[in-house]
Design a protein around this ligand. Structure first.
Ligand code: SAM
Length: 206
C-alpha cells in the first residue's frame, strides 16, 4: 500500500462513524483569530477533516475551500455545510502535492495538521507564496511536549514541531501572535484535555 493510500484509509476509517469525531464547533483559537482574517478574500482550510472550521468560516461570510486527504471527512463537511445553510468548496487531495496557487488566498488556516517534517516545511513555504500580500496564516497544532499529555494528536515525535521550527518556516511574515504552552483542548473525542500546543498568526507583508 502506498503512503497516500495508507493515510487515506486511516483517516477514512476514523471518519466512518456518523458522529463528528472532532466535533462540529470550530477550533477555539480560530474563533479568537477571526478579526485577523481579511474580509472579502477567499480562505483555504488545510486538512479540514469533517469541516468544523471551514463551515464556521463560511457562516462568518467567507468563501471557503477545504482540502483533505479523506473523502469521508469532506463528505461530512458538505453535510455540515448543508445543515448550516452555507456552501463550501471541498477537494480531496494530498497536501504534499496539491497546488495551492500563488497570491490566491486571503487566509490559510491550519488546525491540528500534523505532517512529516519535509512535507510540512515545503507546504509552509508554499502557503506563504499562496497568500495574497497582507494575507494571514492561522496555525494551531500540538507541540513537541504533547507526548507527555496523551490527550490527543500523533504519537510520532517527528510530527510534533517546536515553535522555533514553525517560526523559521514563516520567516518573512509579520508575526501577530505566537504561543507555545498548555491549554485545555476539548474539541471532539480525540482532542480531550490539557494539551501542549503551538499557535501562530503570521501575515505576509502587504
Ligand atoms: C487531527 S485531523 C484535524 C482535522 C481538522 N483540521 C480539525 O481541526 O477538525 C487531521 C486531518 O489531516 C488530514 N491529513 C493528514 N495528512 C494529510 C495530507 N497529506 N493531505 C491532506 N490531508 C491530510 C486528515 O485526513 C485529517 O482530516
Amino acid at each position: 500500500m502506498s503512503t497516500v493510500d495508507a493515510l487515506q484509509s486511516f483517516w477514512n476509517a476514523r471518519y466512518a462513524a456518523s458522529e463528528f469525531v472532532y466535533g462540529t464547533e470550530p477550533n477555539d483559537f480560530l474563533k479568537l483569530s477571526l478579526d485577523r482574517l481579511p474580509r472579502g478574500q477567499p480562505v483555504l482550510c488545510l486538512a479540514d477533516g469533517e469541516g468544523r472550521n471551514g463551515v464556521w468560516l463560511a457562516r462568518q461570510g467567507f468563501e471557503v475551500t477545504s482540502v483533505d486527504i479523506a473523502e469521508e471527512g469532506l463528505r461530512k463537511a458538505q453535510a455540515l455545510a448543508r445543515e448550516a445553510g452555507v456552501a463550501i468548496r471541498t477537494e480531496v487531495a494530498d497536501l504534499a502535492t496539491w497546488d495551492l496557487g500563488v497570491a490566491r488566498w486571503g487566509a490559510i488556516v491550519s488546525i491540528f495538521v500534523h505532517l512529516p517534517p519535509k512535507v510540512r516545511r515545503d507546504l509552509h513555504a508554499r502557503c506563504v507564496r499562496a497568500l495574497v500580500p497582507g494575507g494571514v496564516i492561522v496555525y494551531e497544532g500540538y507541540g513537541e511536549q504533547q507526548l507527555r499529555h496523551g490527550t490527543g494528536g500523533p504519537r510520532e515525535p517527528e510530527l510534533l514541531p517546536r515553535l522555533d521550527e514553525l517560526l523559521a518556516e514563516f520567516d518573512g511574515c509579520g508575526l501577530e501572535h505566537r504561543f507555545s504552552g498548555v491549554r485545555e483542548v476539548y474539541e471532539g473525542a480525540f482532542h480531550h484535555g490539557e494539551g501542549h500546543v503551538n499557535q501562530l498568526i503570521a501575515r505576509k507583508p502587504a
